[in-house]
Design a protein around this ligand. Structure first.
Ligand SMILES: Nc1ncnc2c1ncn2[C@@H]1O[C@H](COP(=O)(O)OP(=O)(O)OP(=O)(O)O)[C@@H](O)[C@H]1O
Ligand SMILES: [Mg+2]
Length: 321
């Protein structure tokens, strides 16, 4: 499968554009198969969304990718080398945030980054300053982390992942606990990092978020890859049109007399959802105009990623195991 960004890619890993590859990756906890024979490929410049419900195996996979836990079987190749044998070469080029960041709550945000920089062998203050600006924490850098909101702690976690200016960022649920404004900020931050040429792997169960951000998506359920695709290819048309019209109940009654209008309904906001003759919006428009109900708008309805996800995983909303 080709990356949408391969045209700008600069192979430098000895394996072409593949930045991360898992082969038959499996993790068993007792009798539970947390990750089951996972084959994934992430290409340079991708923002790869690793999507699945609670307990699907996202964090377990990410821990194996980073070499934090050993797989039961299978292997991980990151930046062209096997993580099991070459983590010392690989990890300095990788920034990671797994679940909640480990922070010193009694220290300031800036001092947390200083402490980390010392453990990395020294990073200059200008770099710390730049990273703080990048994640939008410059104004609060001198406050103790204890006083930070959840979103600010999350952004400080991303700042820590960025300290060594990594080629690859692996972030487990970076939008976790963020409010809508925080989610938009995080999305813009990740976009700007990808624009700088970084490859980004994020896990998420926030489906709309992944759809807006990611160039490719892997859906995992019960430890297995369900599908791997571009977000646009995952969602498909529902065959329904959303119609706003002045006298919606009367227009709906007119629609419901037609054989092609199976499933037409009025939603609580006053919009009509209906199929169209031959599936074409122009035919629906003509029908409504001829019937005396001139539409204010007709919008074709694509499936949301959430609907696609539920269809592909066949899971009930909130369904974990
Ligand atoms: N250390 C462990 N010991 C035993 N079972 C574990 C362990 N870690 C994870 N599991 C199990 O492995 C499965 C996958 O868990 P994992 O944390 O990878 O899921 P996840 O996709 O990250 O879920 P979430 O969205 O809730 O973070 C779950 O059934 C979980 O209970
Ligand atoms: Mg998890």
């Amino acid at each position: 499968m080709a990356s949408p960004l391969t045209t700008t890619a600069q192979p430098a890993t000895g394996t072409g554009d593949v930045i991360l590859r898992t082969r038959g990756l499996t993790k068993q906890y007792g009798k539970r198969l947390a990750v089951n024979n996972l084959n994934l490929e992430v290409y340079r410049g991708d923002i790869f969304g690793f999507l699945g419900p609670n307990g699907a195996g996202k964090t377990t996979t990410i821990r194996m990718v980073l070499g934090l836990i050993a797989p039961t079987s299978g292997s991980v190749e990151l930046l062209g080398q096997d993580i099991a044998t070459h983590s010392a070469q690989i990890l300095p080029r990788v920034g990671a945030l797994v679940e909640t960041p480990a922070l010193y709550l009694y220290m300031t945000g800036r001092d947390n980054l200083r402490a980390l920089s010392q453990s990395l062998g020294g990073v200059d203050d200008a770099r710390i300053e730049r990273v703080l600006v990048q994640v939008g924490l410059a104004a609060r850098q001198k406050d103790r982390v204890r006083t930070y909101s959840l979103g600010m702690k999350q952004r400080l976690g991303v700042a820590m992942a960025l300290m060594n200016d990594p080629d690859v960022l692996v972030l487990d649920e970076p939008a976790n606990g963020l409010d809508p404004a925080g989610i938009v900020e995080m999305r813009e931050l990740l976009r700007s990092l990808a624009a700088q040429g970084k490859t980004i792997v994020i896990s998420s169960h926030v489906l709309g978020e992944v759809q807006q951000l990611c160039s490719r998506v892997g859906i995992i359920n019960l430890g297995q890859l369900v599908t791997e695709a571009r977000p646009d290819d995952l969602t498909r048309g529902t065959g329904m049109f959303m119609v706003y019209v002045e006298d919606a109940p009367a227009a709906l009654a007119a629609l419901q007399r037609e054989s092609w209008s199976l499933g037409a309904r009025l939603d609580p906001n006053g919009a009509i959802f209906t199929p169209a003759p031959d599936g074409r919006g122009r035919n629906l428009n003509k029908f409504l105009v001829d019937a005396g109900y001139i539409p204010d708008s007709i919008i074709y309805q694509n499936e949301t990623l959430e609907q696609a996800f539920l269809r592909l995983t066949n899971a009930a909303p909130g369904g974990a195991r």
